[in-house]
Structure formats: C-alpha cells, structure tokens
Design a protein around this ligand. Structure first.
Ligand code: ADP
Length: 312
C-alpha cells in the first residue's frame, strides 16, 4: 500500500432518514401507532463519503443541501466524520432531501418515500467548481440520487482529468453508453444489474453474464454485489467471486454504501481489484452487524482486526 492517504471525491446525495417501526405496514388511508422514532444521516453519497473517511481516506463531497435544520444536520454529520465540505452548496427555498421509512416490526419489510429536495439542484456548475478536486483525486465516486446529467458531466470531467470513476448505479435505471464509457468501475447490486441489462440474475453464472454485458459497454471493471452471496468482480481478463464474510447480520441497509466507500479507499491505495473487493466485503460485513447506515460503517482498525481474525 502507498504511504499517502488516498484522495476520494464523492459527488452525490444527502438524505435525512426519518424512520419508525410499525406493528404492520399501514394500508392506504390507515394510521398506525408506531414504535420509537429514529433520525439519521443517510443518502448514498453521504454514506459512501463517510464510510471512506472512516477508513482513513481524505474525502471531499460535492452535494446540495437545503438551508434548513436538516441541511445543518447533514453539514455537521459530514464535518464530524472528517469529510471535506468545500463542495457543499446550500439551496435557498427548498428542503434538504428526506427519506420517510416505515419498517414492519415483524417481517422487517419496509416502505420508503424519498423526497429528493435539494439533491435535484446539484448541477453541472457545482461540478465545474470542483474541477480541481476532481483532477487531484485518486477516485471520483458517484451514485444516481442526483440528476443524471450532473453524473454524466462529472464522469466526462473526471475522464478528461484522468481520474478514474466508481459508479454505483443506484437507484437502478437504464444508463446511456456515453456515461458507461467514462466509468472505470461499475458497482451495481443484482437488482440494478438486472435493470440495466435486462438479464435476470439468479446465480453466479447469470451475474457473470450480466457483468460481461456491462463490460462490453465501457467500464474497465464491473463488480456486482450479491448481498449474502458476496460480490463478483469481472474484467476482460478475469472473473473473481468474493464470498461474503459470515457474520451475524442485524441490519443490511447501507451494506452497499460501506462496500463502495471501502472499495474506493482500497483502489485508491492501489490494491488490485480482487483484493480491494475483499477489503470492501470485510467493511460491508462489519457494517451489517450494526443498525444504521453511515453510523454502522466500520473504522480502519476494526476492518484490519477483522481481516486478521478471519485469516487465522
Ligand atoms: P446493496 O446494499 O447495494 O443492496 P448488497 O446487499 O449486495 O448491496 O451488499 C453489498 C455487499 O455487502 C455484499 O457484496 C457483501 O460483501 C456485503 N454483505 C451484504 N449482506 C451481507 C451479509 N448478510 N453478511 C455479510 N456480508 C454482507
């Protein structure tokens, strides 16, 4: 591994998670008395930035927040985690992104409404202003909770600056070839890979087929995450299955975010892809042993301790 900290530039969303458990999911028109209320920092961009910062990278985020209490909360959460906020803008007259989450206390099933709010206002100009940060970064990390044209523009800028891009194509949607051509590592989960390719993923063989389909559209590598089945990393030279580490899973929300944040750090430290995925899988496994998203992402020493233990 190299000595200096890897520099990661995340361009993405922030959302406040507002969550309550309910004895059952409400029917249309119904009001249900729920359990305790939880509020936390969420949104894939912020989660991945915080996950990478906890693992020791120098991380900055380009994001749009409202000028409201939730925006202040977001700002503080990022600062507390050591994420650089020079690229954060505040948008007047619009609310910070919110996710309303109801979890069925029995089955664990959930219902989520995301009000993207300020995230919809992250535009090309904001990315342009971060041009230098993009150029000096080891990796740019993006997801799809901000406008697609902003993601496309940022990928183009990064490509011009020779900074590789990791794109987590979540939430899943069909993607244009021009975008995929500017992506270095594409990291869909199985549902997203299915949405983009139309290939039904039922096992490792079909995951490999979907990955090869995606690879042909431009990225240097495709890593399909498969929940408890681990991840499949595919390049034109090799296909490697990285099994998930066996842990007592308590809450798997945010597993993908911990995985992506850690993957960026490990690739930024110049680990080969398969080894970087193993590091990411370890960080993701530790994150599912705790409730929450960014709050459940592990610190560097915990991941290293965990990897030493499983090697024994
Ligand atoms: P997403 O959260 O985007 O749906 P996944 O569910 O595929 O992503 O999880 C991302 C990664 O997290 C997986 O590739 C795996 O390494 C790890 N992971 C997910 N669920 C578990 C689990 N139950 N036990 C251990 N590791 C897990």
């Amino acid at each position: 591994m190299q000595n200096r900290k890897p520099i990661i530039c995340v361009i993405g969303s922030f959302v406040v998670d507002l969550m309550s458990k309910s004895p059952h999911l409400p029917k249309p028109g119904q009001t249900v008395m729920g359990g305790p209320f939880h509020m936390g920092a969420g949104g894939k961009g912020s989660n991945q930035a915080i996950a990478a910062a906890k693992l020791g990278a120098e991380v900055g985020i380009v994001a749009a927040l409202g000028r409201d209490e939730f925006g202040d909360m977001a700002y503080n959460a990022l600062v507390e985690a050591g994420v650089g906020t020079a690229g954060v803008k505040r948008v007047e007259g619009v609310s910070t992104g919110i996710a309303l989450i109801i979890v069925d206390d029995g089955s664990g099933e959930n219902m989520i409404v995301v009000a993207p709010g300020s995230n919809d206002f992250l535009n090309k100009d904001d990315v342009k202003q971060a041009k230098e940060r993009i150029a000096e970064a080891d990796y740019v990390v993006m997801q799809l909770e901000i406008p697609l044209e902003t993601v496309e523009y940022a990928a183009r800028l990064a490509q011009e600056a020779n900074t590789p891009v990791i794109l987590d194509p979540a939430p899943g949607r069909p993607l244009p070839d021009e975008l995929l051509a500017n992506v270095d590592v594409l990291t869909p989960n199985e549902d997203e890979a299915q949405i983009i390719t139309g290939i039904e993923i039922a096992d490792l063989a079909s995951a490999e087929q979907a990955a090869k389909h995606l690879l042909a559209r431009g990225p240097r590598a495709v890593v399909i995450t498969l929940g408890g089945l681990g991840a499949l990393a595919v390049t034109k030279d090799e296909t490697v299955h990285i099994p998930a580490f066996a842990v007592d899973a308590v809450d798997t929300t945010g597993a993908g975010d911990a995985f992506n944040g850690a993957l960026a750090v490990a690739l930024g430290e110049k680990l080969p892809l398969a080894e970087a995925c193993r590091f990411a899988a370890a960080a993701a496994a530790l994150s599912v042993t705790k409730v929450g998203t960014s709050i459940a992402a592990p610190c560097r020493s915990d991941v290293e301790k965990f990897l030493k233990q499983v090697r024994k």
